[in-house]
Write a protein that binds this ligand. Structure first.
Ligand SMILES: [Zn+2]
Length: 164
């Protein structure tokens, strides 16, 4: 499968293309080729699209993915964490198109999907980071304005703090 992936093809059983999962403004600007070759990574990208993104599309209509897979070169360019699940194809950053209903998105994922880490990034608008693969179901918050750097929180704390 590896060398035969066509970036504009849809990932099977999803409305997500490989390009949606691999495209990056930063990569384009810096002429970084961000197409995975490793079979293991391709399998994980596919699972992220099938287990996380597609159910959100079915629930909310349209999802915008700002960052999915990040190869080593791109991850360095965006200053991403060395052990980022973006590098293994297991994570994506996204929101409902138009950034409507951020809390609804978090709540839906938290209560319905088999995710690993769900991060409320720079709320109340910001973006949703979600990964699959470990099944830890960890909900975390990254809010530099409040000095919160990846602390574990409950869904009701998030709602009370930012969305009520
Ligand atoms: Zn992320």
């Amino acid at each position: 499968m590896s060398s035969n992936v066509n970036i504009s093809d849809f990932i099977e059983n999803t409305e997500v293309t490989w390009n949606d999962m691999c495209y990056s403004d930063t990569a384009a600007k810096n002429c970084i080729v961000n197409t995975p070759k490793d079979d293991k990574i391709l399998v994980e990208i596919k699972k992220t699209a099938q287990l996380i993104i597609q159910p959100c599309i079915e629930k909310f209509g349209s999802i915008y993915i700002s960052s999915g897979y990040r190869g080593a070169e791109l991850n360095a360019a965006v200053g991403g964490a060395g052990q980022s699940q973006h590098s293994t194809g297991q994570a994506a950053d996204f929101w409902i198109t138009g950034k409507k209903n951020m809390f609804g998105l978090y709540k839906y994922i938290y209560e319905n999907l088999n995710f690993d880490k769900l991060i409320v990034e720079k709320p109340p608008s910001g973006w949703c980071h979600c990964s699959q693969g470990g099944g830890r179901k960890m909900l975390m918050v990254f809010d530099p304005a409040l000095g919160i750097r990846y602390q574990q929180k409950t869904l009701s704390w998030v709602q009370k703090q930012y969305y009520s």
